[in-house]
Design a protein around this ligand. Sequence first.
Ligand SMILES: *Cc1c(COP(=O)(O)O)cnc(C)c1O
Length: 361
Amino acid sequence: MPKPYASDWREIMERTDILRLVRDNIRNLEPYSTARDEYRGALGILLDANENPYGEGLNRYPARLLRSQLLERIASLKGFAPEQVFLGNGSDESIDLCYRVFCRPGIDNAVAIAPSYGMYRVCADVNDVAYRAVPLEPDFSLPVDRLLAAADGNSRLLFICSPNNPTGNAFPEADIRALLERFPGMVVLDEAYADFSGQGSLSRLLAEYPRLIVLQTLSKAWGLAGLRIGITLADPRIITLFDRVRYPYNIGTDTLALALRSLDPVRTAAEVATLKAERKMLIDKLKGFRCILHVFPSDANFLLVQTPDPKGLYRHLLADGIIVRDRSTTAGCGPALRLTIGTPEENQKLLQSLQAYERQA
Ligand SMILES: *Cc1c(COP(=O)(O)O)cnc(C)c1O
């Protein structure tokens, strides 16, 4: 993969705003380089990496070429240049990299909405970065002013998940723009569920805001959670930093090859359409149950529902072999369960189990 700006790296660092948010040690990092990075010719006799010479491919470290092929494929699917795309071991790696690149342990802080995806806080704790959780409004809308009020001169990251997990709602573009205009650090927009939202992705805002980092993933709509591939879209300078800090071989050979073979936009679009139709069906049906107090609107492939006895309903469903997520101890959700939209058959089984629950109650 070409490393943009490599030659005048430090000079660009000095004079560019977003790079002033980068930790000094990361800005000055000499990344690990492998012998094969320097050798671009046809593959010869490989005596450089202490691999076992016997084998049919997996005896070798992952090839650069395979990684750049997947990168180019994903970049073209997303409508971005490869220089604007980073591939990580799931978005979870990118969340961690945001902290490692931008936040000085014990000094800087991150601001985030609550409730939201649990990994933002876990990675903050791992990296010894203070985490300032700002509750969503009671209707789950974005508290723009309170998010900005929570920030100070050491706020390097703002995490916004849209559509948000676990509340399911997407936030309006105008609110995201307001945060991008006024938040003093990097704005990380996690779009793991954007494929299920009518609003779609806001990644086009990257053209206007270099402080935006968009996280996407192959784990949800693309149906490849087992592969562990996360996609980060950002300014090429940030992508270069992520590539310098990541482990040299963060995605294995088989994973890269399988991803290249499995990416199928036509199949994905058809599955997303089915899941959205099932979502609508489930919302309508669930509203007819006495044991469901409230179904929140959803732009994602799950529904957050409130029920008088979430633990009891959870156990009932479990006894029927249906596993859902209990969110009743998550602040801001109320007595809630989170239900992923399954296949039509699975969703019917869920409804049947709910009917049985109501009959016995
Ligand atoms: C599921 C999910 C992800 C995906 O994480 P991966 O590591 O890419 O599997 C990211 N963000 C949110 C909010 C999620 O719910």
